[in-house]
Ligand binder design. Structure first.
Ligand code: ARG
Length: 396
């Protein structure tokens, strides 16, 4: 099998292997989107008189069948294919003959990969947002079951004010809903249609209709001018990874609270045995590993964001193969966020606060008592504060 750009000279297999890198494996998740984009492109070519109706039907039917057989696990992208674009065109031509070679008129893998990636990003961001909303719903459930239970609220890890399970869970639920909304905002970048920019400078001599593919693929607008398209590669990816990082930070902070609450000394919460692990040497142990791994996931999210930002930071304009290296951190960050959001919702369902072992020290009422003095005696807050503070001086 040969590459799309093959001119008959053999390529050093070691160079091919290095350049393809992980792409043939990573591109597996782009196949269905590349099929969708290629069908839209072929229909646009037909509408512009650049492809016959028969060839268009052959191409679209062939692509659809390839998409289905790929989804059914009947084929995967091989290293020799380099990427999903080559794999599809090669198999299309095997299947329908020379008409398969007509679909690449007026496009390049440079706009093709961005189109598939954007369709994927739009879908992935919706999936992550739905998972963040489900985690918020799990927290609502906890608040409904046990919201009345009082909790000490901490600042500086010192008892500060009275709080409650409803306030604790409600705070995180609100933030996960905020994360869900923010994850969807990638649309203002991923919603622009790259098709028609081709290698990065448009397609001379062909009457392409970029509006046609924009409508067909559900994009919001044409990405213009053509030179903006390659400049933008990495920005939508990084924006989504930034929101992924914020989401993982929220998960991490929630896990940090629960790990503290689960210590023997606090004993504010219990977890079902099915959620904790044992120790190979200490028979008494039940460890909350799932929350520790949720806490640690934030590091991987931040690493993925940093990696993505670094890939395109200093590139001159136009396409560079460096950009291929954006996929690994993007997919790693998205997968980790999806797994972590899903398991966090499962874990929250198992959390039970132990009302009997949660004690609120009397000092938590200090601010409320100072406020009461202000209302009762009309004195300045600072004076009321000093009077109450005097009671605590001796104690610490
Ligand atoms: N796998 C490549 C990428 O992700 C596809 C585009 C290849 N384009 C090229 N001119 N070699 O960037």
């Amino acid at each position: 099998m040969s590459r799309l750009w093959d001119r008959g000279e053999p390529l050093d297999a070691r160079i091919l292997r290095y350049c393809a890198g992980e792409d043939h494996r990573l591109d597996e998740r782009l196949v269905s989107h590349d099929v969708t984009a290629s069908i839209a492109h072929a229909r646009m070519l037909k509408a512009q008189g650049l492809l016959s109706a028969e060839d268009c039907t052959l191409i679209c039917d062939g692509l659809r069948a390839l998409g289905q057989s790929h989804a059914a696990g009947e084929w995967t992208i091989r290293l020799e294919d380099e990427d999903c674009h080559t794999a599809l065109e090669t198999r299309l031509t095997e299947r329908i003959g020379p008409a398969g070679g007509r679909v690449h008129l007026g496009r390049s893998r440079n706009d093709q990969v961005l189109t598939a990636l954007r369709l994927y990003l739009l879908e992935a961001s919706q999936g992550l947002a739905a998972l963040a909303d489900e985690l918020a719903t799990a927290l609502d459930g906890l608040a409904n079951r046990q919201g009345e239970i009082a909790l000490p609220g901490y600042t500086h890890m010192q008892p500060a004010m009275p709080s409650s399970v409803a306030l604790w869970a409600g705070g995180f639920a609100t933030e996960f809903r905020d994360d869900a909304q923010a994850l969807l905002r990638v649309r203002h970048r991923a919603g622009l249609n790259p098709l028609g920019s081709a290698a990065g400078y448009g397609v001379p001599g062909l009457p392409l209709d970029r509006e046609h593919t924009t409508r067909a693929l559900g994009f919001d607008a044409v990405h213009a001018p053509v030179t903006a398209v390659q400049l933008s590669r990495g920005k939508a990816e990084s924006e989504l990874l930034f929101q992924v990082t914020l989401t993982l930070n929220d998960i991490s902070r929630m896990a940090a609270d629960l790990l503290l609450y689960y210590t023997h000394e606090f004993a504010f919460v219990s977890l079902p045995e099915s959620m904790t692990t044992g120790s190979s040497i200490m028979p008494q142990k039940r460890n909350p590993d799932v929350f520790e791994l949720l806490r640690g996931a934030a590091a991987t999210g931040l690493g993925a964001l940093n990696e993505a930002l670094g890939v395109f930071a200093k590139l001159s304009s136009g396409y560079h193969r460096d950009l291929q290296r954006l996929k690994a951190p993007l997919f790693r960050g998205i997968d980790l966020a999806a797994e972590s959001l899903a398991i966090a919702a499962v874990a929250i369902d198992g959390v039970a606060f132990r009302a009997a072992s949660i004690r609120l020290p009397a000092e938590l009422q200090a601010a409320e008592r100072a406020n009461a003095l202000v209302l009762a005696e009309g004195i300045p807050f600072r004076e009321a504060y000093r009077r109450i503070a005097a009671e605590f001086k001796a104690k610490r």
